[in-house]
Structures are given as C-alpha cells and as structure tokens.
Design a protein around this ligand. Structure first.
Ligand SMILES: CCCCCCCC/C=C\CC(=O)SCCNC(=O)CCNC(=O)[C@H](O)C(C)(C)COP(=O)(O)OP(=O)(O)OC[C@H]1O[C@@H](n2cnc3c(N)ncnc32)[C@H](O)[C@@H]1OP(=O)(O)O
Length: 286
C-alpha cells in the first residue's frame, strides 16, 4: 500500500517555505508520521517521530530505510539524523518486537534492521547525528553510523546497554562500536552495558561535540555537515569505506547466519524472561 512521508522543501527565502509531499512505497499507511524529511539547501534533515521514545519497531526501521532510499534517489548529498521527540533521540530497538514474537515478524524485524544498518553505515551521503536526547542501544547504533555526532548536554545518556537487558550486542553493533571508540573502551563498555553522559561520551570519542542546548547543537550540526560536504564526495566516501568496509562485508556475507543466531537467541526462555522483566520495570517506572 502506498503511504506518505512528509518532505518539506526550504526555498532560498525562508519565509517562502513550502511543503511538498514525496510518495514513498511503504508497508502501511501508519508509517506516514514516523519520519519527517525536511530538505534544506544542499542537504536534508531526517527526524524520527514516533512518540514517546522513537523505539525502533519494524515499521520505524522500514520508514527510516525508505527515507534514506528516497534521499539517495533524489541525489541528496548529506543529511542530519535527529529526533522530533523532545528529550529522546531513540530508545533503541522496540523491545516489544522481541518479546513473545511470531517467528515471521521477528525475522522480518531483524532482516529490516540489518538492511538499515548496511544502508546507513555504508552510505555515500555525508551524515551528522544530532543527538537531542537519550540514545541507548539501537539509538546509539544509529548515531554511530553517521560521520559525526553532536550531542545536546543534559540528563540524556548514550551507549550500548544490551547486557543490562540480558541480551548481547550482535557482532556488527560491536564492530561499529569498536570502529568508533576503539577496542579497549568497547570491551569494557559492552560487558558493563555502560550508558554515558554527554561529557563522558565526548571523553571516549563516542560523540564529537557537546553543546549546551538544541539550538546551538543544530547550528554546529549544520556547519559540521557542510564541512564534510566540502570534501570531494568520492574521496570522502572511499576514505570512510577504508574504515567500515570490513564490518559491512562481514554482515553482507553472514546475513542469514546472523538472522538465525538472533532468532534462536532471542526466543530462548532465559532471554524472553529477561525481556519480560525489563518491560515490566519500564512500565513500573510510570
Ligand atoms: C548473539 C546475538 C543476539 C542478538 C540479541 C539481540 C540484540 C539486540 C540489540 C539491540 C537491543 C536494543 O536496542 S534493546 C533496547 C534498549 N533500550 C533501552 O534499554 C531503553 C529503555 N528505555 C528507557 O530507558 C527509557 O524509556 C528512556 C530513558 C529511553 C526514556 O525515559 P522516559 O522516562 O522519557 O520514558 P519512559 O521510560 O517512561 O518510556 C515511555 C514509554 O516507552 C516505553 N519504552 C521505552 N523504551 C522502550 C523500548 N526500547 N522499546 C519499547 N518500549 C519502550 C516504556 O515502556 C513506556 O511505555 P508505557 O508508557 O506504556 O509505560
């Protein structure tokens, strides 16, 4: 079924801002509001919008994937990935997708996540993550796929906290982490499921800049992206691939195996019990 993702075009004169709608082939009509695409001069803003916490459900993952494909089709050179939900970048994978799932949906969920990672981590477009809120687990992964990370200071935390849920970050999450912060920091943080404050994240290189408020962070994200866009595109992309290609190749060559490992692991009694307890603890908090 056809559905719509809103695509706003900025004219040269900001006051004459018009809104156009791009038709994208998505799975369900409910995808329409999950991702907001805004075209700026020479780049796009991709804003996740799945209140309350931008959890990465199957539909959200597919909406992000389709949005990136749409940008590529439109020969977009770069984008800022951010959130339209105040205080949250993304709460990571939607835990409800992994808790008591049907095998068919679980497989589609994981396969779509693999596709999104391959697309984002291997993108020819330049990208900056504007991390305007919490970014645990899958949220951190999305940010790490970008070429630069700008985080708003405050109470938000970022990191791969999978072990705290009794699950294990897959090898390609780990590879992305290692490529970002190095082996030793990754080994420690992965085991402990560490979530870092913006300043801690800056110290270990998980983010590149910390800004006091969203406005300042947006301005820096824009100038950072422009700096990337000034470099000849092919040279920039091939240099990025020097670092990322081994990890990308590893998943491309092992997709099926990774899918089976995930399904087998996620459906064990121990993992299901752990996820159930974690979901309850999130609900109790409220
Ligand atoms: C060997 C290979 C095997 C592979 C194994 C699997 C590997 C999986 C890899 C990645 C895993 C993940 O990404 S798991 C997700 C991890 N995420 C988290 O732990 C974050 C959990 N959420 C929070 O800590 C907080 O919600 C927050 C800090 C992000 C925001 O806090 P806030 O107070 O603003 O909001 P609430 O906590 O009140 O939440 C509101 C609402 O949203 C629900 N919620 C939150 N996070 C999730 C989520 N990730 N998935 C689904 N639902 C989520 C929360 O329960 C509340 O719901 P209700 O309003 O209904 O109570």
């Amino acid at each position: 079924m056809m559905s719509l993702v809103t695509f706003t075009r900025n004219n040269a004169l900001p006051l004459l801002r018009t809104s156009i709608t791009v038709r994208i082939q998505l799975n369900s009509a409910s995808l329409s509001s999950l991702v907001r695409l805004e075209e700026k001069q020479g780049y796009a803003v991709v804003a996740m919008h799945k209140p309350p916490v931008n959890s990465l459900s199957l539909e959200m993952i597919q909406a992000l994937s389709e949005s990136l494909s749409e940008l590529e089709k439109n020969k977009c050179k770069g984008f800022i990935l951010t959130s339209a939900c105040p205080g949250i970048f993304s709460a990571g994978l939607d835990i409800r997708e992994m808790y008591q799932p049907t095998e068919e949906r679980l497989k589609e969920f994981w396969s779509s996540l693999q596709t999104l990672w391959l697309q984002l981590y291997g993108s020819k477009m330049a990208s900056v993550a504007l991390i305007n809120g919490h970014a645990p687990a899958g949220g951190c992964l999305l940010a790490m796929c970008c070429d630069s990370r700008i985080m708003v200071n405050g109470k938000s935390k970022i990191g791969l906290n999978e072990t705290k849920l009794g699950i294990v970050a897959p090898f390609w999450f780990k590879d992305t982490f290692v490529n970002t912060i190095g082996v030793r920091q990754s080994e420690r943080a992965l085991q402990l499921g560490s979530l870092f404050t913006p300043d801690e994240a800056l110290k270990i290189g998980l983010v590149d800049r910390v800004l006091p408020d969203p406005e300042a962070a947006t301005a820096v994200a824009e100038s950072e992206l422009k700096e990337f866009l000034q470099i000849p595109a092919m040279a920039r992309y091939l240099s990025k691939m020097r670092i990322r290609e081994a990890a990308l190749k590893d998943l491309l060559e092992n997709r099926e195996k990774d899918l089976n490992t995930f399904v087998n692991f996620a459906t064990t009694d121990a993992v299901q019990k752990g996820l159930g307890i974690y979901l309850q603890s999130l609900a109790k908090k409220n």
